[in-house]
Design a protein around this ligand. Structure first.
Ligand SMILES: [Fe+2]
Length: 567
């Protein structure tokens, strides 16, 4: 019998994931997409569950509680089903919303709950050790427990498309417990308005919203302001909640949006939506600060993947300290649910929970030398060991070569943080085309990001409040030194979405940037995720080698090994 108390947090819907919490510390987190190759996989993360158990060298019997961050689990949808949902005729959406508002919906949710429990039993998860938590509350718990603000007075804001009937929540915490101040019903969702607009623009909702955010700076106020104000007539802030002025819910807003966006240029549409989102959400945040008198802020929920919105929140006068939950979409709810179950267990025992905040995001598996060598042999690649691999990578970047890196524990979440990354010299915009031609095929207007070593952050970033940004969750303006990191900034507004890297978070990756800095005087490297266009980030050395084969990349480093593709 183990002395540890273990909770396995599971998110079993869009972007399914698991998080293993051991005595109040997240020790392992992984999204199912990394294992099955299906981006944002919607379903049960069965492979990730087993990887978590293997990692901890335990079985399901060693898990004390299984925690889920949603009470009602909507039907699983693949990409085609999701597109069908967004493209359904308006009358069908009215019917769906009417059904949700009717007493029959509770019969449906009860049926879904029984089906879910039956399915969980087939996975070996016993009902008596299973806990389900409200979706919005779980988002809030995720941010509070991961932030380092736990046990201190804090304001927690959760904002997403929706779940368990709500889409926005204002919470406070003083002693670690969450007190609900206000919630907004799911029909009045900023997140859904953004998702439906993404669909209107011909892109994939719940996935490509960042592309609209990236396009927004290309427009000018005279082209988008009118549209932005028109969006206020669909949804607006009312104190601590969002209020809808239309009969149709925000998930049924296609017609209303079409009436505003029709015949307007694509960049102006994106800018109007982004401007509306920034104005309304910052107002909501300011109202929450004024109502609670709290200035230490935690943000969570998919809407806060919007780094430009977060940039504005960071600059609000009432914000003194800010934590944005990394990869704060529903994949993070596996963490929040695990924390809630652990807290509940401690409360039942009458003991104080020991909550360990996130100290890094390298929460997946690492693969050793033997695995790397055997995968190289299987794939027909030769490999050579380098005695100073970090210096080698820096030297390649200095020679304007592009290097793919698959080393150390895989990073959890949406952002590549150096261990499953493609790295390049950020000095020239030509690098962007080179990476796009070689592998990424990124949309032409989209920027790449950069990893800046913490010691050099002040040279490149305008960050007067010294807000930490280790997980690429905030955009920043850049200083005059931006010219030396051009390719890691937005080509239009020259902002950057940096990973500000403290040495202790990832000493090897930090050493690469540090060596690069010694060689070039630039303490930043361009960093983009290591994946083929449209695929999840690579996880295992085998996938790294497959990606090397399928792309025009020619240098891959894994552990201490260099693998080159003959060209
Ligand atoms: Fe959510």
């Amino acid at each position: 019998m183990s002395d540890h108390f273990r909770v396995l947090g599971i998110h079993d819907n869009h972007n399914a994931s698991v998080s293993l919490l051991e005595d109040g510390a997240i020790v392992f987190s992984l999204q199912e997409e990394r294992l099955n190759g299906i981006k944002n996989f919607n379903g049960f993360p069965s492979r990730a569950v087993h990887r978590a158990l293997d990692f901890a060298q335990i079985t399901l019997d060693d898990i004390d509680l299984f925690a889920f961050g949603t009470v009602h689990n909507p039907a699983w949808k693949d990409t085609a089903a999701q597109i069908r949902q967004y493209s359904a005729p308006t009358w069908k959406k009215y019917l769906a919303d009417g059904f949700k508002a009717s007493p029959f919906f509770s019969l449906y949710t009860a049926k879904r709950a029984r089906q879910r429990q039956k399915f969980l039993a087939t996975q070996g998860i016993p009902a008596d050790r299973t806990r389900f938590y409200d979706h919005n509350l779980t988002h809030a718990a995720t941010a509070l427990c991961c932030s380092g603000f736990y046990g201190t007075p804090a304001l927690i804001l959760a904002l997403d498309g929706g779940g368990d009937g709500n889409c926005a929540g204002v919470y406070t915490s003083r002693d670690g417990d969450l007190a609900k101040v206000a919630v907004t019903k799911e029909g009045n969702s900023v997140g859904n308005l953004y998702a439906v607009s993404t669909f209107y623009m011909g892109m994939m909702p719940l996935e490509h919203e960042y592309k609209l955010m990236g396009m927004a700076p290309y427009s000018q106020p005279k082209y988008y302001e009118g549209m932005s104000r028109a969006l206020d007539h669909i949804l607006s802030v009312d104190g601590l909640t969002f209020r809808r002025s239309t009969v149709a819910t925000t998930s049924n807003s296609f017609r209303a949006l079409e009436a505003i966006y029709r015949r307007q240029r694509f960049d102006a549409v994106c800018a109007a939506l982004q401007d509306f989102t920034e104005r309304s959400v910052t107002r909501w945040v300011q109202n929450a600060i004024a109502a609670t008198g709290l200035h230490r802020i935690c943000l969570s929920g998919g809407v806060f993947m919007n780094v430009k919105l977060n940039k504005l929140i960071a600059s609000l006068p009432g914000v003194e300290e800010l934590f944005v939950m990394p990869s704060c979409g529903d994949e993070s709810n596996a963490m929040g649910a695990a924390f809630l179950a652990y807290k509940e267990h401690c409360a039942a025992l009458g003991t104080d929970p020991v909550i360990h905040p996130l100290s890094h995001l390298y929460l997946g598996e690492a693969f050793g030398d033997e695995t790397i060598r055997s995968e190289c042999r299987n794939a027909g690649y030769t490999f050579e060991k380098d005695g100073n691999i970090n210096r080698f990578v820096a030297e390649m970047l200095n020679q304007n070569r592009i290097v793919a890196r698959c080393s150390g524990r895989s990073e959890w979440g949406a952002r590549a943080l150096g261990n499953r990354s493609i790295l390049a010299n950020p000095k020239s915009f030509e690098t962007v085309s080179k990476i796009n031609d070689a592998i990424k095929m990124r949309d032409f207007w989209m920027p790449f990001a950069g990893s800046v070593m913490e010691e050099a952050a002040g040279r490149y970033l305008v960050n007067p409040r010294k807000i930490p940004s280790p997980y690429m969750m905030l955009a920043f303006d850049t200083t005059r030194e931006r010219e030396s990191i051009r390719a890691a900034t937005h080509p239009r507004d020259r902002t950057i979405r940096p990973q500000i890297l403290p040495r202790e978070q990832n000493p090897d990756y930090h050493a690469i940037i540090s060596e690069f800095s010694r060689m070039t005087g630039t303490g930043c490297v361009l960093n983009t995720s290591f994946n083929l266009h449209g695929s999840p980030m690579v996880y295992h050395p085998r996938e790294a080698l497959e990606t090397l084969t399928k792309s025009d990349l020619d240098i891959l480093v894994m552990g201490d090994y260099v693998i080159r593709k003959e060209t």
